[in-house]
Design a binder for this molecule. Structure first.
Ligand code: FAD
Length: 379
């Protein structure tokens, strides 16, 4: 039976983040030089939730609303690291959010927020973000879907992942070069603990069962995590997560702009409109989920609720059943339900039990830092 030091199960952004961190540890330290690390993925790398992301690599400006400065810092660091390390996959994204007349999202609070954000950005990345408030009509590009050009808007810079599947392909080459073994189309059936070791059983594409032994297991299979936990001693006490279905709609309309546009619907639900391969992606809508993972396609009612809320926003862009090109959905852990629908966890959930590490991610943006956090539990 093959023996590994670490087996990572799941090759979405969470699994890739752990693999990258571990690959850097192999390179860095002589005393762990011969560690064997294997990543097993049921399908293709990043083909599930990670491929349904709206692809915004958030710099955390939104967390200023709750004065969560630590999360702003964490997001700015994560964004800066990705922009520098993978410029061919992650590019700058100009963003614009039309402001309200009154309240926290109006002109003067947003001027204060942009000054603070620029200062934090300067401290963390060495550069001001360039966030500012101005009239929409004075913006260098005419964004045709915004109706009222007399309004003020907040302008800032974020980042966009061009294509999660292409990014994963390049990460795979990087990881293989650094000594990580990667097997795709390997469906892990079970993880068992026997004495001090784990036995991981998987099924290959051609129906061949394989067993692997290892000292550490990192389970990054997201909502599927409990399906592989065979023995009782690897389940953790607080395993009762609530879930939500998150989805984006890609419209048939051509994007005539290159910016992402942030707007707020009824109940203060936030929407982002993002150019996607020449078309327009709108997201993200969240609904509580307790159905079967076999079919997570949004129902007609769920699509209608998304459209109803979005269509009330003052934009020259509407969703109707005839202009939906594609829908992308994923299941994420949720904290609870607030007035604007499901609320997500601010940070990933990492649980550790006797060298069995489970990671539930809520953001693509922070996947590298998340991988490094996991590595701290691996000796
Ligand atoms: C609609 C939507 C929009 C989003 N937008 C953004 C955004 O704009 N910015 C952002 O930062 N984040 C965003 N997110 C969040 C982000 O996409 C996720 O947090 C992240 O991609 C989750 O990664 P993951 O690796 O945990 O999950 P996944 O990508 O689902 O990876 C889990 C992997 O495990 C594999 N697997 C499952 N069972 C097994 C098994 N038995 N054996 C082997 N492999 C198995 C699966 O095939 C899958 O590839 C969004 C999420 C959704 C759903």
């Amino acid at each position: 039976m093959n023996k590994h030091d670490v087996i990572i199960i799941g090759g979405g952004s969470a699994g890739l983040g752990v693999a990258l961190s571990e690959s850097n540890n192999i390179q860095k330290s002589n005393n762990v030089k011969n560690r064997k690390i294997l990543l097993l993925e049921k399908e293709k790398l990043s083909s599930k939730t990670s491929n349904s992301s709206l692809r915004i690599i958030h710099g955390g400006l939104r967390y200023l609303q709750k004065m969560d400065i630590l999360r702003v810092i964490e997001s700015l660091k994560a964004q800066d690291e990705l922009l520098k390390a993978y410029p061919e996959h992650i590019e700058k994204l100009n963003c614009i959010m039309p402001l309200k007349k009154f309240g926290l999202k109006s002109k003067y609070p947003m001027i204060c927020a942009s000054i603070l954000y620029n200062m934090i950005s300067l401290l963390i990345t060495g550069k001001s973000n360039g966030a500012h408030v101005g009239k929409i009509k004075n913006h260098k590009n005419n964004i045709d879907i915004i109706n009222n050009k007399e309004e003020y808007a907040l302008f800032w810079n974020d980042a966009l992942l061009k294509n999660p599947l292409n990014f994963a392909k390049d990460l795979k080459f990087e990881l293989i070069k650094k000594g990580i073994e990667i097997k795709e189309n390997q469906h892990v059936l079970s993880v068992k603990k026997e004495n001090d070791e784990f036995i991981v059983t998987s099924l290959s594409e051609i129906g061949e069962k394989q067993e692997f032994k290892c000292n550490y297991v990192v389970n990054t299979t997201g909502p599927w995590y409990s399906k592989i936990e065979e023995s009782h001693d690897i389940k953790s006490e607080n395993d009762e997560f609530k879930w939500c279905k998150a989805f984006n709609i890609i419209l048939n309309e051509r994007a005539t702009f290159s910016e992402a546009i942030g707007v707020f619907g009824e109940d203060n639900r936030a929407f982002f409109i993002v150019p996607r391969d020449g078309y327009i992606a709108v997201g993200t809508w969240y609904v509580p989920f307790n159905g079967s993972l076999e079919d997570i396609t949004p129902t007609n009612d769920e699509l209608q609720a998304f459209a109803n809320s979005f269509n009330k926003v003052n934009l020259n862009l509407k969703i109707n059943k005839n202009n939906i090109r594609e829908i992308e959905a994923g299941i994420l852990p949720m904290k609870g339900i607030g007035s604007a629908g499901p609320t997500l966890y601010g940070l990933e959930k990492i649980s550790v039990k006797d060298n069995y590490i489970k990671v539930l991610s809520t953001k693509y943006t922070t996947f590298l830092a998340q991988g490094r956090k996991v590595s701290k539990f691996i000796k």
